[in-house]
Design a protein around this ligand. Structure first.
Ligand code: PMT
Length: 418
């Protein structure tokens, strides 16, 4: 989608400037061209030489360079771009943009441009939450500037909270979203909440199928992946219902959590959630339950053989939600937990269960996926297979939520023709 697009990347002076280099690499991998403006403060964190090598283009810093003014003035820099991206956007540049200053090349280009502008803030948590910064952000939003992030997390200054620059993958997803909507800046939904007005259903964790009142059949799912997906969708503005089996992880903030034990209860809770735009089934649902759970504890009798457990199939929640009809979500995403022939089995599972996308992950013991912090997934859609690198479960969740946002907010060809 970014092939041939021209991005003018303004790198300002923050510790997150090092991520600008990965952003350039990713944009170029997507066949976009990138030209950089580097502020004096930005040059304290990354060198013009490294940006020049990555962009294969000159890096622009000097407002008063005669050569540049004749060959590539600030107006031309902006004219030649489809989009201006400020990453990292420090508190200082946001204040200067809000105040309409034009005292260096970066602010001059930003004041002179008629192109869309995306800012990826990065600063200390107190600077971000300061009333002055929030007022500047509000002013810029009202003028049509789009924002991505900042994310919550640990920062270089040893504090925790909002202020971390969005990851380069998230910024690329935001750039794609911006460049594929034709709405004028002030009518675009804010990029950081592209799912505002959408409803999402997420299942997470294991189910427990009672053998008797004290024993059950279950699995090793911790709920980390499913809960991270619910949190990521909520962060992007969706109204999220999370149906969770018994897990030790905390409820994500801003999400309606429904706690269940068995697969049948999970199905009932999913159906009770009503019509949603997207359903993500990340729960590890037990395929079988006891045909007849015992009403009293099964007694161990001396000398007698162990009891045979007669199993019956559980309802398939993913297949039920995927059934065509007026209540079907616009997008149904399943997970495939496999220990062998990962991608082939997952492709078959997508067709058999009738979902739109399936996220395949290896759950063999050596992978450490169940209960672990990281996941290596393959996103399987009708268009093909995307192999994602090994990422933290939060990053997988954010990338998946970004892809969902892009899918749900992209114009269908029929609508585009209207
Ligand atoms: O919870 P974590 O420790 O973070 O681990 C994450 C995870 C490995 C549990 C998760 O990433 C994952 O793979 N979830 C799906 C596990 C699973 O049940 O996979 P499956 O291949 O057996 O089922 C395929 C799909 O059908 C899944 O979307 C599952 O939710 C759904 N299903 C399965 C059986 C059933 N009766 N109803 C269902 O809806």
């Amino acid at each position: 989608m970014l092939k041939g697009k021209r991005i003018l990347l303004i790198v300002t002076g923050g510790i997150a400037a090092f991520k600008a280099q990965e952003l350039i690499r990713l944009l170029r991998k997507h066949e976009a061209s990138v030209r950089c403006v580097l502020t004096d403060a930005g040059a304290k964190f990354v060198t013009p030489l490294s940006l020049q090598a990555l962009t294969e283009d000159k890096v622009y810093s000097d407002m008063f360079s005669l050569t540049d003014e004749s060959e590539m003035g600030h107006i031309q820099l902006s004219r030649d771009a489809d989009l201006l991206v400020v990453a990292p956007a420090t508190a200082n540049i946001l204040a200067r943009m809000a105040g309409g200053l034009a005292d260096d090349l970066a602010t001059t280009v930003l004041l002179a441009t008629d192109k869309p502008v995306l800012a990826a803030p990065a600063m200390n948590v107190r600077m971000w939450t300061h009333a002055a910064t929030q007022a500047n952000v509000e002013t810029l939003r009202k003028r049509g500037i789009q924002f991505i992030g900042p994310n919550d997390g640990a920062m270089a200054c040893n504090e925790y909270g909002p202020g971390r620059m969005s990851e380069p993958e998230e910024i690329v997803t935001a750039i794609e979203a911006l460049l594929t909507t034709e709405k004028p800046p002030l009518e675009r939904p804010p990029l950081e909440r592209p799912l505002a007005g959408k409803r999402a259903l997420v299942t997470s964790g294991p189910t427990r199928e009672a053998i008797d009142p004290v024993r059950y059949i279950s699995n090793h799912s911790s709920g980390k992946q499913g809960h991270a997906i619910a949190a990521a969708l909520a962060q992007l503005g969706a109204d999220v219902t999370l149906v969770s089996g018994p897990v030790g992880v905390a409820d994500p903030a801003g999400v309606t959590v429904v706690k269940i034990e068995s697969a049948e209860q999970m199905l009932a809770a999913c159906l009770a959630a009503g019509k949603v735009d997207v359903a993500v089934c990340a729960a590890a649902v037990a395929d079988w339950k006891m045909a007849k759970p015992a009403s009293a504890k099964i007694k161990k009798k001396a000398g007698s053989a162990p009891p045979a457990l007669e199993l019956a199939p559980n309802p398939d929640i993913l297949a039920t939600l995927s059934k065509p009809g007026p209540k079907r979500p616009a997008l149904v995403v399943g997970f495939a937990a496999e220990t062998e022939n990962l991608v082939a089995n997952a492709i078959e599972k997508r067709t058999r269960k009738g979902c739109d996308w399936i996220v395949a992950n290896d759950v063999s013991p050596a992978s450490g996926t169940f209960g672990g912090e990281r996941n290596t997934v393959h996103l399987i859609t009708a268009q093909g297979v995307q192999d994602w690198p090994t990422l933290s479960k939060e990053r997988v969740a954010m990338q998946l939520a970004g892809a969902i946002a892009l899918h749900l907010t992209r114009k269908r060809p029929a609508e585009a023709a209207e």
